[in-house]
Design a protein around this ligand. Structure first.
Ligand code: SF4
Length: 259
């Protein structure tokens, strides 16, 4: 399939989603999404073609928190089965460096999904990986001017981060989810201050507000994030690392409040 055809499919898909959800997105956001789709296709077309099951919904119901509250854990993964080996992929719109620098976080989640898969299908996951689709800054620069992608840059880009299988992670994850549910249920949470959002954690390039908050479902009702993304009080240093994802986020933020 050539890029033109891919774009047509992307546009059709976008129109369908718009119709189904009744929501549209800004032009910036749409182009950002298109870049990710295009790069995913260019780089991972082979993986995508080999998927034996796409968007498998995993559910672990009837979990009970340490304080006796019931909750359900859910996740969505893609599966490749080849030569009696099963590989589980979790596609995330995160930056690959963030995933590499915070492997423990992702390892816990994927081991949880492997456990849920076994409960559902009765087979073991042999390998697992995150596919981090957000393009690196080099890729963004290379693709920003059109559909042509510099071959050597895309060759160097590896969005697949393999993670180790560790059954000990499951119990730890369930306990951690349970404790978090208890805290949420009891209203025991508050967003960190703007200064925390501006901090760059060791091993990461982007500040907390970009690396973490950008993926948080609560961000549109979070005051700290509102200050961060709208660049209130942001200093020069942070402005340098708050790149195009943040500009897209600014659009999304405005969009969310204009509805
Ligand atoms: S956006 Fe989410 S992760 Fe970021 S400070 Fe607010 S609540 Fe916390």
């Amino acid at each position: 399939m050539d890029i033109k055809k891919l774009r047509e499919i992307f546009e059709d898909n976008y129109e369908e989603l718009k119709y189904e959800t009744g929501r549209s997105i800004t032009l910036n956001m749409k182009e950002f999404a298109w870049q990710q789709v295009k790069l995913y296709y260019e780089k991972l077309g082979k993986v995508a073609k080999n998927m034996t099951e796409a968007e498998v919904k995993l559910i672990l119901p009837e979990q009970v928190t340490p304080k006796g509250k019931k909750y359900t854990i859910e996740g969505i993964v893609d599966i490749v089965e080849k030569e009696d080996k099963i590989t589980m992929y979790d596609i995330k719109t995160h930056n690959v460096e963030e995933v590499r620098n915070d492997k423990d976080l992702y390892r816990g989640q994927l081991n949880m999904y492997a456990y849920m898969w076994k409960n559902l299908k009765g087979t073991e996951i042999n390998n697992m990986a995150v596919i981090a689709t957000a393009p690196s800054s080099e890729l963004r620069q290379a693709t920003g001017i059109g559909d042509e992608i510099a071959v050597d840059i895309i060759d160097d880009w590896n969005p697949i981060v393999e993670l180790e299988i560790d059954n000990n992670e499951v119990e730890k994850q369930i306990r951690c989810f349970g404790e978090t549910v208890d805290k949420i249920e009891e209203g025991e949470f508050k967003a960190p201050s703007l200064s925390k959002l501006k901090e760059v954690k060791k091993g990461q390039k982007a500040p907390f507000g970009t690396a973490v908050c950008r993926h948080c479902d609560a961000r549109h009702s979070c005051n700290s994030y509102s200050q961060y993304i709208n660049k209130v009080k942001l200093d020069e240093e942070i402005l340098e690392v708050a790149e195009s994802e943040d500009l897209v986020e600014q659009d999304e933020w405005k969009d969310a409040f204009m509805k």
